[in-house]
Design a protein around this ligand. Structure first.
Ligand code: HEM
Ligand SMILES: [Cu+2]
Length: 624
């Protein structure tokens, strides 16, 4: 037995040192890098937000110029959405999906590595120029004609547009990987009907990503083409259409919110089940409403464009569709509450985050239904009401579940527990501070305070509420500091966690904490969506026969997860990194000259050819 484990370890471990760091294709290692980078950016971008809040705390503050304020919210919004939320959710999937499937790795390990290096390229694309004072300054969506060459000379808009291409190629790579892994590498017995809600959430979100992201890559590439080679996609004088930008952007932009929110629902399902000590109430309705949300999400984008003067009938239709999405969302929330109410809940820190999620998300959902009404939206759009709404859904709907998930899976990743006491303190401070900061913004919006302004006069009467909002931000920041300190200190000081400290229901708790490089020695055979709870009575059977001397994984059938064949999985390689470097050079070059596309394609073709070069099956490793 242990000889076999030693052999598996030798087969699946990365080479030592820097070479191993650069060539690793281990999903846990890559996801860990993703999560740490995204968390660091969350802090940086949060500090930017704190700075903006200080600027707005009183009328006529002049700490920041208008230009600096524009840059701050553009950097904050773009970072939060493109460099924090989406990547961190994808990374959580990368970390958890193979373990929850009882597998040794994912379907395309090298694609994960490629995606991380490209993501890092996107981070540097936005933040390096910022350090030398070239920062995008038009927000997280940069509409033409403002982002066109005449109003936005220089390269600020290009940097924003190309940062998106980087991060979206990265996100697409992970999504393809997650979707194929979930569909083709489920353990025997895990039919689609028995798949845990968490995996459904990740699958639906991955498919949405694949459908939505090409639209934004297309539109930002069109913007760059307009700016660089004078195409006329967005210039009405030459037959172009500025609204085309908005349509394409929001065709991506609205589903984007759900791409961030669905993994959040996945975390909630997993945590609620474990801490209520009962199977998820309404597994089938929960999964069906995820599918309904995904379907509806592609038919709502015009609610971001009610103010541009589209035909009234269209507006009415999109109002109805936007309100309809409250139904599946409501079903989900109902099932979560029912699970807690019917179970034997133990209110440890992860479950507290979920309670915070439910309370906050309901407020965000209600303000969403309000802004979805076209006539009301004409009043509310571009006001602080929208700033309040978007933070309630993004922070309440996605960040709170994420913090819960972080606390919940921390012992699996590190082998140590985070402190519960400090966890509760930080949760309380963040949730209270958040509500004190953002609730008054609804009222400010109704009082007419526009979003994206750097200061205001005392006669507007917005001063007091703004001061309260800034106070709330300070409280939340204190909570965030405690959260981060707790995460760091627990790494060395936390109580040792066994394999399954919470008594979880899904397969990741069957592997050791932290999991070994090979994930699972044997693929488990499951009979329900909560295999760990079935295994209490008798341990689950496992499937033997995968080699331990070469990287072999099990491929199963799409619907009923019947074993189909053993597949050789590729080992460490430097070529994903080289391919990402060449792609980065191509992307950066192409904001200066169109020839970068031609000259960049050549080395990229070489890099990809070597990456995919077939080797004779020496049963040592394979390339894919
Ligand atoms: C405590 C944490 C946060 C604070 C205090 C904060 C504060 C702010 C402020 C002051 C603005 C500018 C509003 C304006 O002038 O129009 C803003 C905009 C924005 N924030 Fe946050 N924020 C926080 C966290 C987040 C998070 C976690 C996300 C996303 C996951 C996020 C996404 C955005 C977006 C998308 C915008 C819009 C930017 C734009 O207008 O283009 N924020 N936030
Ligand atoms: Cu929307």
């Amino acid at each position: 037995m242990s000889v076999e484990h030693d052999m598996l370890r030798a087969t699946w471990s990365d080479p030592p040192g820097l070479w191993g760091f650069l060539t690793s294709v281990n999903p846990h290692r890559i996801a860990g890098r993703y999560i740490l980078t995204a968390m660091a950016l969350l802090i940086l971008s949060g500090l930017l937000a704190l700075d903006m809040r200080v600027q707005l705390s009183q009328p006529q503050m002049h700490r920041m110029t208008a230009q600096l304020y524009n840059e701050s919210f553009a950097l904050h919004g773009s970072t939060m959405l493109f460099l924090v939320s989406v990547p961190v959710m994808e990374a959580m999937a990368m970390w958890l999906v193979p373990l929850m499937l009882g597998q040794r790795t994912m379907a395309f390990p090298r694609l994960n590595a490629f995606s991380f290096w490209l993501y890092l390229g996107g981070v540097l694309m936005l933040w390096l120029p910022h350090m030398v004072g070239v920062t995008p300054d038009l927000g997280w969506f940069e509409y033409p004609p403002l982002s066109g060459l005449s109003y936005s000379p220089g390269h600020r808009a290009d940097i924003w547009a190309q940062m998106i291409t980087f991060t979206e190629v990265a996100a697409l790579s992970v999504s393809v990987n997650v979707a194929v892994t979930i569909l083709k590498m489920r353990p025997p017995g895990m039919t689609l009907a028995r798949m845990p809600a968490f995996l459904w959430a990740m699958l639906v979100s991955a498919v949405m990503t694949i459908l939505a992201l090409p639209a934004v890559m297309l539109v930002t590439s069109m913007l760059i083409a307009d700016r660089l080679v004078s195409t006329h996609f967005f210039s009405p004088a030459s037959g172009g259409d500025v609204l085309l930008f908005q349509h394409l952007f929001w065709f991506f932009g609205h589903p984007e919110v759900y791409i961030i929110f669905l993994p959040g629902l996945g975390f909630v399902s997993a945590i609620v089940e474990t801490f209520s000590r009962r199977r998820l109430f309404g597994h089938v309705p929960v999964v069906l409403s995820m599918l309904a949300i995904a379907f509806l999400a592609f038919g709502l984008w015009v609610h971001h464009m009610f103010a541009v003067g589209l035909p009234k009938v269209g507006n009415a239709l999109y109002t109805a569709a936007s309100m309809a999405i409250a139904l599946p969302a409501g079903i989900q929330i109902f099932c979560f509450i029912a699970t807690i109410a019917l179970g034997r809940p133990s209110f440890r820190t992860p479950l507290l985050w979920i309670v915070a999620f439910i309370l906050t998300f309901v407020i965000g959902g209600l303000s969403g239904v309000m802004t979805a009404s076209a006539p009301l939206d004409l009043q509310l759009t571009d006001s602080y009401f929208v700033v309040a709404h978007l933070h309630y859904v993004l922070i309440g709907g996605a960040m709170f579940p994420l913090f819960g998930a972080f606390t919940y899976w921390y012992p699996k990743a590190t082998g140590r527990m985070m402190s519960d006491g400090w966890g509760i303190v930080s949760c309380a401070l963040i949730v209270a501070g958040f509500n004190i900061a953002f609730f008054p913004m609804h009222i400010l919006g109704l009082m007419g305070m526009p979003r994206r302004i750097y200061t205001y006069g005392p006669e507007m009467g917005w001063g007091d509420l703004n001061l309260v909002a800034t106070g709330g931000t300070v409280i939340a920041s204190a909570g965030a500091t405690i959260f981060v300190a707790n995460a760091f200190l627990s790494y060395w000081r936390g109580k040792h966690a066994g394999a399954d400290p919470w008594g979880g229901s899904t397969l990741e708790w069957a592997s050791s904490s932290p999991p070994p490089a090979y994930g699972f020695a044997y693929v488990p055979v499951v009979t329900s969506a909560a295999p760990m709870w079935d295994a209490v009575l008798e341990p689950f059977p496992v499937l033997r026969g995968l080699s331990s001397q070469c990287r072999e994984v099990l491929v199963t059938s799409l619907l009923d997860a019947r074993p189909q064949y053993r597949q050789l999985s590729p080992g460490p390689s430097i070529w994903p990194l080289i391919a990402a470097l060449v792609t980065s050079a191509l992307f950066v070059g192409s904001i200066f000259t169109p020839w970068a596309l031609i000259w960049g394609a050549l080395p990229l073709a070489v890099a990809l050819t070597i990456w995919f070069w077939p080797t004779r099956p020496r049963r040592k490793e394979a390339k894919a």
